[in-house]
Design a protein around this ligand. Structure first.
Ligand code: DP6
Length: 359
């Protein structure tokens, strides 16, 4: 598939209607950090789709007379939210070539998250994924002959143009985004479901998200990605991501938890090492992030329970572990880790399957 395959052509006519989708957040195991023009990733990434942390978005549309510009109202939890509008306006502009029908309608976008407001959990992945699913429902209504495969592929393609990691929040439990020699049909343009069966050790894998710092990040992901241009270690880092996905492919197929832990933790620390070695350099971890990491290492050493961590571009810690040790690990988290969280806050999540149509 190339970019031009995503340009919408055939169009029926529809006056008005509405759709509603939920889309989950995702947590990368091999990280996307660095991109080229047009939201093309500098390296492939792979993620677990989450289940509980979601955005739910309703899209109401009605035909309008003026077809020269985009027109939409944005509601967050039922209230007008002006400060989200520029991001959506920019998204519509980016996808205009592929969805020329958008200018024919006035939209009301009504959106909410299942996770607490300003928890430091990025809502851009789930938010852009949920909006893209709704847009594809409209496109499918205009072109009912569209195949299911194309529907999900284009949804991921559009979501990527909103926020790179959002293309991994559409469909599947484990998703790869970016060309990789060993992942069949992988593409820089959209996410694909991990192609082989995943070992049962990873069924319902748990992700407990520890909310260490809910404040605004000092450096946005967009700025961070940009700092990978002219970064002294970028080439090695991009090559390492390819290598780590090859290793993780075998690990996910064979269920080797020890090897899984090594790659996952190394990737999290590498992501933050890239931030610390860019110019300007920055640190998004907090002292409590390191306290938690050390507690996890100590607990794993003494108990041999395969619990590990990963990080996204912030101070929060994702604690990953198999379902069969859930009770024990949750007790450890409550006893030893919650004291390092802001107001003791955490979210219990697990691997999910992707976006769900509500209306
Ligand atoms: C650290 O997808 O938020 O979470 O494409 O600029 O919107 P934009 O960036 P974004 O970057 C996410 C980076 C990450 C790693 C990952 O999810 O792979």
């Amino acid at each position: 598939m190339s970019e031009k395959d995503f340009i919408a052509h055939h169009q029926a006519s529809i006056e008005s209607g509405n759709f509603q989708w939920s889309a989950p957040s995702n947590i990368a195991l091999v990280k996307y950090w660095g991109k080229k023009e047009k939201q093309i990733p500098a390296n492939p990434s792979i993620s677990f789709t989450l289940n509980t942390c979601k955005t739910i978005t309703k899209l109401a549309f009605v035909k309008k007379d003026n077809k020269d510009s985009f027109s939409f109202d944005l509601l967050f939890e039922g209230q007008p939210k002006e400060d989200f509008k520029p991001k959506i306006q920019k998204f519509f502009e980016r996808i205009d070539t592929y969805c020329s029908y958008l200018k024919q309608y006035h939209f009301t976008i009504d959106t909410e998250n299942t996770f607490p407001h300003s928890s430091g959990i990025a809502s851009s992945a789930s938010g852009m994924a949920a909006l893209s699913m709704n847009i594809m429902s409209l496109e499918k209504a205009l072109n009912p002959a569209m195949s299911d495969a194309y529907f999900y592929q284009k949804a991921s393609f559009l979501a990527r143009l909103g926020s790179g990691s959002a293309c991994r929040s559409i469909k599947g439990s484990v998703v790869v985004w970016g060309n990789h020699a060993e992942i069949e049909d992988s593409s820089d343009l959209f996410g694909v479901e991990f192609p082989s069966p995943i070992h049962e050790n990873f069924s319902n894998y748990q992700d407990t998200i520890l909310l260490v710092d809910k404040g605004e990040k000092q450096v946005s992901s967009t700025v961070g990605h940009d700092l990978m241009h002219n970064h002294p270690f970028s080439e090695q880092r991009f090559a390492q991501a390819h290598h780590n996905i090859s290793s993780l492919k075998t690990i996910l197929e064979t269920g080797n938890l020890e090897a899984f832990i090594k790659i996952t933790e190394s990737e999290a620390l590498t992501l933050h090492a890239m931030m610390m070695t860019s110019m300007p350099y920055f640190i998004l971890m907090k002292p409590n992030t390191l306290e938690i990491i050390n507690r996890i290492w100590k607990y794993r050493n003494t108990t041999q329970i395969p619990v590990c961590f990963t990080l996204d571009a912030g101070a929060n810690v994702h604690v990953l572990y198999p379902e069969n040790v859930r009770e024990t690990v949750l007790q450890f988290i409550k006893d030893e880790l919650l004291g390092y969280c802001q107001n003791g806050q955490y979210i219990c999540d697990a691997i999910g399957t992707g976006a769900i149509k509500i209306l």
